[in-house]
Every structure is written in C-alpha cells, then in structure tokens.
Design a protein around this ligand. Structure first.
Ligand code: ZN
Ligand code: ZN
Length: 241
C-alpha cells in the first residue's frame, strides 16, 4: 500500500456515505492500513450528523478490528475570517480536524479571497490539522502563499483521491500544490475521502500524480502511520496500539 494511514473517511453518519465504522475498520485492515480517521461532516453540511455525534466520539474504542481509529471531523470553512462550524468545546471532543471548503457552506471567492480565508483559518485555530482538498477547481488558491502559511502554522495540505478521480481537482492544481509543498518542505497527506468501505486506503490516481510531479516520498506524511501517531502523541497526548 502507498499509505499506512487514511486520514479522511466518511461513515454512514454522513448520509451520502454508506459504511459503518466497523465495516470501515474491517476494510482498512484487509487493505493493509494501520490507522484511519473517521471524519464525518460538521453541522453546516446538510448531510451531517447531529453535533452529539462529535461530542460522543470518545465511546469508540481506540482499536477496532485490529486497526487504530482516530476520531475526527471534516469541518467547514465558513468565511474569509477563517471561521469554522464547530465551537471550541466541540473541537476539544475530536482528535483530528480536517477543514474543507464546500460550496453549500461558503461561496467560492477569488484566488486572493480563498487564500486569505485559509490563512486566517490557520491563524485562528491551533486545533486544525489538515486542509481538505485545497486543489478543487471551485476554490482556486495561491499555492505558494498557502504552502508558506502551512509551514509557518504547522498545518498539512491534502491530496484527495476522491476529488482527483472525480475530476473536481484538476491535475495542474495538484502538481502546483505539490511543487509549492516541495519548495517550503510542507508535508502532504494523501487520503481517499472514501464514502464506501472497500476503497479505504486506495489512492491510485494520487499516486500517479505524485510520481509525475517527482514529489519526495519523505514529504508524504501518512506513508508511515508512525509519523501520524508521533504527531498526535505530541499534539494531543494520544496513545495508539
Ligand atoms: Zn469535503
Ligand atoms: Zn470528505
């Protein structure tokens, strides 16, 4: 497998996804993963679970079906000030925070405005870990400024298999992002953003783009689950098995 940790996965708690947590864990193990993150949609998306879904994530065991489970969220960037749809209390209940732009929640702006929104997000929230699918054509950004800000605020950028495979993230954008990350030594996280269990951990299109961009393997943070576990042990004091 190209990655050992898939850090963006939806369960049927997001109603446009179709697998249970246990099914995701079973497939993750079969597909050779050591870790996956459950990241259902935060409240401003129409298909999101009730906020209690996130407040109660602690009831899930750390290990399910031989795989470590990280209890996370895919939150929504709401405005140019960088605000998201979770309170500071909600953020304390989750262990992994992906933030993405989705057009039912935020109107796409200019390159300047979209970039500003992401940078303000990074400044505002220590809890945010990863910018989800920043390569989508609907929300164009200045990758140079974005990668530079990630290196300053310690955030990751995502190469998202679902978004690339569905044509929402054009290859040129992905390559521009990878080049900027290379320039500033910003680690990239390659995820499936799966909505059905079978494909968890499988990132063939992203892998092809990475090869084409000649992107250094050591900057693909989740190639080794150990990198993610170490980061989370330091940031959130989480212990894994
Ligand atoms: Zn998304
Ligand atoms: Zn998603």
């Amino acid at each position: 497998m190209f990655i050992e940790a898939d850090l963006h996965c939806h369960s049927l708690a997001s109603s446009h996804a179709y697998s249970t947590v246990k099914e995701l864990a079973e497939s993750a193990y079969e597909n050779g993963l050591k870790l996956f993150a459950l990241t259902d949609h935060a409240p401003e998306m129409e298909d999101s679970p009730h906020i209690w879904h996130f407040n109660n994530l602690c009831v899930l065991p750390r290990v399910i079906k031989n795989v470590n489970v990280l209890k996370g969220v895919e939150a929504n960037l709401k405005n140019i000030d960088g605000e998201i749809d979770l309170s500071e209390f909600d953020l304390k209940c989750v262990e992994w925070v992906v933030v993405s732009c989705h057009d039912p929640v935020i109107m796409p702006g200019t390159v300047e405005e979209n970039t500003e929104a992401y940078i303000n997000l990074m400044k505002r929230y220590e809890a945010v870990d990863l910018i989800g699918h920043p390569t989508t054509w609907k929300f164009p950004v200045d990758f140079d400024r974005l990668a530079k800000a990630c290196s300053e605020y310690g955030k990751f950028l995502e190469l998202n298999e679902s978004s690339v495979a569905a044509g929402r993230s054009p290859k040129e954008n992905c390559i521009a992002m990878l080049n900027a990350c290379k320039k500033y030594s910003v680690p990239v996280i390659v995820d499936t953003d799966c909505h059905y269990c079978d494909i968890i951990g499988k990132v063939p299109t992203a892998e092809m783009i990475i090869k084409e961009a000649d992107f250094p393997e050591e900057l693909i943070f989740n190639r080794k689950a150990e990198n993610v576990m170490k980061y989370l042990a330091e940031k959130r004091n989480i212990t894994f098995e």
